[in-house]
Design a protein around this ligand. Structure first.
Ligand SMILES: N[C@@H](CCC(=O)N[C@@H](CS)C(=O)NCC(=O)O)C(=O)O
Length: 247
C-alpha cells in the first residue's frame, strides 16, 4: 500500500486535520512529514521546499499537501476527493462522490469564515492588531453565519436519512463535520452552547464519529495536536459572544 506523505504545519490542527482524520480512519500508512525532527527532513522547511517546487512542476499554493508516490495534490477538498475512493471513505457511485465533494467545498467556505473571525483585516497581521475588527466580524458571524451554515448541514442530514450526509452511509464528510463541530465548540463554547439545540442530528453524528474505534484511538494519541490559539479555531474569550436575536 502507498505510504502517504502529508505536508502540513506541525503545530496546529488547521486544514491538515481534515486529511489526518481521513488517513487515520482509513488506517493508511502515512508520515506527517513536518512533524519529524529537522534531522530527519521534518520541520516547516519540509513544507517550504515542496511549495518551492522540490516535488515537481505541479506547484501547490498552500498546505495541506499530500504526496502519494508520483501524485502530489493540494487543496484539502481535492486531497480528500483523491483519498476517499481509495480507502472506502465515500460510496463508489459518481453522484455520491460529487455530492461529497460539494459538501467538502462548503466546509472549506465555512472554515474561511471561521478564520476571518480572528483575522478579518489580513491574515498577515497579528490578531492583536485587528482586535476591534475581529469583535465586529465575530458578532456578525455568530449571529448570522454560524447558524446559517449549521442549519444547512442539519437540513442536509434530515434530507438524507438523518445519520449521514452522503447516501445514508459513513464518508469522509462525516469526519469533516465532526472536526468543524469540535473546533467551534473549542473556539466559541458559550456561543456554541446557544446553538447546539438546533442541531441534534449533527451532534449525534459528532458523537458517532468520536466513538469510531480508529478515531477514538487517534484522538487519545499524541498524533492529535490539541486545539490552540495559532490554528483556524482559536479560543479568545472576548470573542465568545452569545448572540442575541439571530437570523
Ligand atoms: N483552499 C485551501 C487553503 C489552504 C490554506 O489556506 N492553507 C493555509 C494553512 S491552513 C496556509 O498555509 N496558507 C498560506 C497562505 O494562504 O498564504 C485548502 O482548503 O486547502
Amino acid at each position: 500500500m502507498t505510504r502517504y506523505e502529508l505536508f502540513y504545519w506541525p503545530d496546529i490542527q488547521g486544514r491538515g486535520e481534515f486529511v489526518r482524520l481521513a488517513l487515520e480512519e482509513a488506517a493508511a500508512p502515512y508520515v506527517d512529514v513536518a512533524r519529524l525532527p529537522r534531522s530527519k527532513g521534518g520541520g516547516e522547511g519540509a513544507i517550504l521546499r515542496v511549495l518551492d517546487g522540490a516535488l515537481g512542476p505541479r506547484l501547490p499554493f498552500a498546505a495541506p499537501i499530500l504526496r502519494a508516490g508520483k501524485i502530489l495534490v493540494a487543496q484539502t477538498a481535492a486531497i480528500l476527493q483523491f483519498l476517499a475512493p481509495r480507502h472506502g471513505l465515500v460510496p463508489r457511485d459518481a453522484p455520491s462522490q460529487l455530492w461529497a465533494h460539494q459538501l467538502q467545498l462548503t466546509v472549506a467556505d465555512f472554515l474561511v469564515e471561521v478564520h476571518d473571525t480572528h483575522h478579518p483585516v489580513a491574515a498577515g497581521l497579528y490578531y492583536e492588531d485587528q482586535r476591534k475588527e475581529a469583535r465586529r466580524r465575530t458578532e456578525h458571524f455568530l449571529r448570522h453565519r454560524l447558524p446559517l451554515f449549521l442549519d444547512y448541514f442539519e437540513r442536509v442530514l434530515v434530507k438524507n436519512g438523518g445519520r449521514h450526509p452522503v447516501s445514508g452511509r459513513f464518508s469522509y464528510v462525516d469526519l469533516s463535520l465532526f472536526q468543524i463541530l469540535e473546533g467551534l465548540d473549542y473556539a466559541f463554547p458559550r456561543a456554541f452552547r446557544a446553538v447546539r439545540r438546533r442541531i441534534p442530528r449533527l451532534q449525534a453524528l459528532r458523537e458517532a464519529v468520536r466513538n469510531r474505534p480508529r478515531i477514538a484511538a487517534y484522538l487519545g494519541s499524541p498524533r492529535r495536536i490539541p486545539f490552540n490559539t495559532w490554528g483556524i479555531f482559536r479560543h479568545y474569550p472576548e470573542l465568545d459572544l452569545v448572540p442575541r436575536g439571530g437570523r
